[in-house]
Design a protein. Structure first.
Length: 123
């Protein structure tokens, strides 16, 4: 079975990293890989991905999942905006010394998470 993934390229045509969803019965989990497809970081989301009245955080962790190194957050923007628009507000935190290519891949992870969990019309 194929799980959602994304290839990040910079410049176009040159892969710099990948975001791969990993199977888990309860949690959304992803692996961040470099251009050689070597695992670099892990992302773990909440058991219930619901943004009702609060932020939703996806933790960026070390490979052994012991150290928290950052997070991707979908920020709650208020009932009216959430109910009547498709606009989302995301934030991302990662170490300043993280490789610039991995920073770009983390932005790609933001797009994949938004598409998978927060877009209403996924046609």
């Amino acid at each position: 079975m194929l799980y959602p993934s994304i290839e990040v390229q910079a410049p176009p045509g040159i892969p710099i990293g990948y975001v791969i969803q990993n199977w888990h019965p309860c949690l959304p989990k992803f692996t961040i890989q470099n251009e050689k497809r070597e695992d670099v970081l892990k992302i773990t989301g909440p058991c219930v991905v619901c943004s009702c009245c609060s932020d939703v955080d996806f933790e960026i962790k070390s490979l052994d999942e012991e150290s928290l190194v950052g997070k991707i957050s979908k920020h709650w923007t208020g009932f009216l905006r959430e109910a009547f628009t498709d606009a989302d507000n995301f934030g991302i935190q990662f170490p300043l010394d993280l490789d610039v290519k991995m920073k770009a891949v983390m932005l790609g992870a933001c797009f994949l998470i938004d598409f998978m969990f927060f877009e209403r019309n996924q046609e």
